[in-house]
Design a protein around this ligand. Sequence first.
Ligand code: NAD
Length: 490
Amino acid sequence: MADGRVRMLIDGEWVSAEAGGWITVDDPATEDIIGHVPAGGAADIDRAVTAAAAAFRDWRWCPADERAALLHRAADKTSEHWDVLLELLTREQGKPRPEQEEELEWSASPLRYYAELGRNNRGRVIPSGEPRTQLNLVLKEPYGVFGLIVPWNYPLLLLSWKLAPALAAGNAVVIKPSEYTSLITLEWIRRCFDHFPPGVVNVVTGTGPDAGEALVRHPDVRGVAMTGSVETGQRIAAVAAPMMKHLHLELGGKDAFVVAPDAAPASAVDALAYAALINTGQVCTSSERVYVPAHLRDGIAEGLREKLEGLRLGHGLDDSTDLGPLRAERFRTKVERHVADAVERGAKVVVGGARPQVPGRGYFYLPTVLVDVDHDMVIMNEETFGPTIPIMAYEDIGDAIDWVNGNAMGLGATLRSTEPATIKRFFEEVKVGTVWINDPLTDNLAGPFGGMRMTGGGRELGEEGLEAFSETKHVHWDFSDAPKDWWYPY
Ligand code: NAD
């Protein structure tokens, strides 16, 4: 829109919030204001859910191959509008362009994957007690209206992991994007999903406590799929519990990166820098705590120092940028708090540990390596979500495995090793949803993604990712209406 105010989508119409307020969106690399989105609230959520419930009545009966064609078309349109989406995604979210390209690819491919998976089956036939006269069916049905609540670190990818299977399974949806990345969400939906029937896909922007919580609370929303912090997940679970809603929660992580004694230190340094710093460490599966054999510690720390000193901070649209900013000042302050606490308790800064000394704005923070850390420090326990690499030495790999499991969250873990006995022991003993051996943070559309314990237990991608948006119904069908001899009277 010419005035920088972008409307939200309810029932096929682009509208402002009923209460009239706006949320300002900035570019995290410059702090310049780049647009405004409606500050939606309960009234807007009610309109969107009502529209979705009405649209669902027909949408649920849309043939699976037609639904598939609509999803493939959305993927085609993502390619057609690639450049404009890429620029806005980079400007609003902050990570460098090559990482944004990867995000766009990874937002389009689930549309195709679930388009096909969604028309593959609707359940199964199971053996009946009387095989000649009865039929027993296990049906997979859509829930109805699903709420999709999304964070800002991968705003389109994490939306696609929900939106594609939710639609393929026959649900209508109301999307609540993050306040920080609502512009790109609206732009993607406007350009690439405009061929869906009105009301099947709705977007209500606004804050978590206003728009998000109203969506969770709405009685006609039967399921909520949400990615975000543990605190928000706990709040959503508490609000949804009295209504027994189906919840699908993908929450925070504190992933460990373990270097085994047999690992080559030089390539471990390269893998670790990638695993900890991609998206400036703002990945739920970022390596946030590192366990290395004592004899390799100094070499790895020194290798990281050399590597990190050569990385260039800048705007994501600048081709020379390796690392973008943090998404907001409050996230930078949190990183500073974690580093300060570690230093106060005896950690040593090998490199970084501060804001960059260059003039200019933006929420930048230097990539940072710390040694002499321990588990009493906040940085080894709570999610930092920033460019920090705290390294702790172990004598016995059994200790490192215990430490991996010592955190309340259980999203992922990485091991560097080529020693089969160590690898098997590691992947069997760690309590996390994804284990990466040597190749950290690589996803697979067919591989379920999610965490254990406080990370929430939801699974996206794979067959599990479609199952999450389908309810199970058992049908027992007897062809005869004759009375049974076990009915009353006995
Ligand atoms: P957040 O929890 O602050 O917000 C996530 C979404 O929830 C936003 O859309 C927000 O508006 C909404 N929300 C906030 N309060 C709400 C409420 N009371 N009711 C309903 N909705 C509410 O998280 P964030 O800062 O946007 O994202 C970062 C977090 O997401 C990190 O903790 C990260 O680990 C996690 N994350 C997890 C995964 C995963 O797959 N497990 C992936 C990416 C990010």
